[in-house]
Design a protein around this ligand. Structure first.
Ligand code: FES
Length: 522
């Protein structure tokens, strides 16, 4: 065994590694927090560490991915252990997590009468948690963090692949310990003991709930996409130091439309709105639900991690120093950063703004081709948008837009018949609808009808905690919603190709003859 000295958060420790093992693998086995959107598959170039000692030579691919940082850094999944070595894990910037909450009265009794309760939304990227008492409608404390499972991959498919190879236990343990720490923090802040926290409602997409429950998730990733459970029941707690609590996991709708969308629909009162409305959670998986006449149709489209900043050369999540807004003022490209400091990276909302601005300036054409050179600087910053970044954005926006078109098509709804679009989730809260319309992520005529509703999944989970009526409604939503499977849907596949171009072409959803609910299998 070789000795690897790990420097992390100002502390040093020693772990063991074997010859030929990647630093990434050795670190993960010992709880190291390395950013790894591609799950250690040598694709994303984000597992940057400082490393010295007996390690493999840098190859050309690692050098290409590191670019100008190749003189000082290594990528943990490329560098293999040849003997004793040391590695410094770079500090992770604090992520801006949406934990806003709108007090609401869902009616009826709370699902708990004793002690305190918590509502948690386990997102693929972030986790939001809120602590309540039966007497209060507002949270006593709230918290938001990165999902620590990110080190096993940025999206659900990469994490499922990791769990297939290494077992689901590692992902399960990661989330359970993170939830335990978050809950202890909430209790501390509110002056409540862990024993007094008795009831939890935990929502998330279907894969996140599988990892929470320790269920084998691989069948979700392969046709016919059959989850081990769709939840929708009470379960014993697995969370360390909170084993005494009762846990309710709201119902999922299908393999890729999870309890987060059920809760989002509940929080937005989607099913009971008059007219036709669409709820969209834009993330690595774009989950969406359309309420059309008396139908609820939903789908999920694999947008990939570009909106989370992964796979983008200067990309990052919503961290300090990330460009989050780009505007044009008298032909000058201006930008703002999270925290107001120097621009270091580009997060999803900034990426969409930048693409929209440079499209308007004709520096990028409708097909996504840069007019000159291989990259564009954002304003006067050193943050760039490369040709490859634009291609990643086209793939992501095309997946979302083709999903929107397909749901409308399946329900026989034209764009002008839609009364409004509700964007939920962290990314949806920061997205500029005008930029989204310019690049064609949403139809241009919807820009004025688009509103952000914050963390609707967390809000819905809190509503369930506070109301037996809301719990019942969540089940009604999940039972009524019909999933349109996109992977075999001809219309979706055609639209996906057509929507790769930027901007808006007059391509209506095309009315399907039927005015009844779409088939369960599309
Ligand atoms: S390149 Fe190492 S985790 Fe993606």
């Amino acid at each position: 065994m070789q000795v690897i000295t790990v420097y992390e958060n100002g502390t040093a420790r020693q772990i063991e590694g074997t010859i030929g093992e990647s630093l990434h693998r050795a670190l993960l086995a010992e709880g190291g927090e390395v950013d790894s959107p591609c799950g250690g598959n040598q694709k994303c170039g984000k597992c940057v560490v400082k490393a010295e000692g007996a390690l493999s030579e840098m190859n050309s691919e690692e050098r290409r991915l590191l670019g100008s940082r190749a003189d000082s850094f290594r990528l943990a999944c490329f560098a293999t252990v040849l003997g004793d070595c040391s590695v410094t894990i770079l500090p992770k910037a604090a992520l801006k997590v949406v934990t806003d909450y709108q007090p609401c009265d869902a009616g009826g009794e709370t699902v708990y009468s004793e002690g305190f309760g918590a509502a948690i939304d386990i997102g693929t990227t972030t986790i939001a948690a809120y602590l309540f008492s039966p007497q209060t409608k507002e949270p006593l404390a709230s918290a938001g963090e990165y999902n620590h499972q990110q080190k096993y991959g940025a999206d659900v498919i990469t994490r499922i692949a990791y769990s297939k190879e290494h077992g689901v236990g590692v992902l399960c343990d990661t989330i359970l310990h993170q939830l335990s720490d978050m809950l202890k923090g909430l209790c501390r802040e509110a002056g409540v003991s862990a024993q007094e926290l008795r009831t939890l409602v935990i929502t998330g997409n279907t894969t996140m709930l599988h990892f929470y429950a320790g269920l084998y998730a691989y069948p979700i990733a392969i046709a016919p996409y059959t989850p081990a459970s769709l939840f929708g029941d009470w379960y014993p707690s697995l969370i360390p130091e909170f084993e005494h609590a009762s846990i309710y996991l709201p119902p999922c709708i299908s393999a890729y439309v999870g309890a987060d969308i059920t809760c989002g629909a509940l929080a937005s009162n989607l099913a009971e709105r008059g007219g036709n409305w669409m709820l969209i959670d834009v993330g690595t998986n774009g989950e969406m639900m359309l309420k059309a006449r008396d139908m609820l149709a939903c789908c999920s489209t694999a947008a990939g991690p570009a909106f989370e900043g992964a796979g983008i050369s200067c990309g990052s999540g919503a961290v300090p120093g990330a460009i989050d807004k780009v505007t044009l003022c008298e032909d000058k490209v201006l930008y703002s950063t999270i925290g107001g400091g120097a621009a270091k990276t580009l997060c999803g909302s900034g990426l969409i703004d930048a693409a929209a601005i440079y499209l308007n300036l004709e520096a990028i054409n409708r097909n996504g081709k840069l007019k000159e050179g291989k990259s564009l600087n954002i304003g006067d910053s050193r943050v760039t948008l490369t040709q490859m970044d634009i291609r990643q954005l086209q793939l992501a926006k095309s997946a979302i837009r083709a999903g929107i078109d397909t749901l409308l098509h399946e329900c026989g709804i034209e764009y002008e018949h839609l009364d409004g679009i509700l964007l939920c989730g962290g990314f949806g809260s920061y997205l500029n609808p005008c930029s989204a319309g310019t690049i064609g992520l949403i139809p241009q005529e919807w820009v004025a009808k688009t509103s952000a509703i914050g963390n609707a999944a967390g809000q819905g989970a809190a509503m369930i905690l506070q109301s037996k009526t809301a719990l019942k409604k969540a089940h009604q939503i999940a039972e009524k919603a019909v999933t349109v499977e996109l992977s075999t849907n001809r219309f979706f596949l055609d639209r996906f190709m057509e929507r790769m171009a930027f901007g808006e072409e007059i391509l209506s959803p095309g009315r399907r003859a039927s005015k009844t609910a779409p088939d369960r299998n599309g």
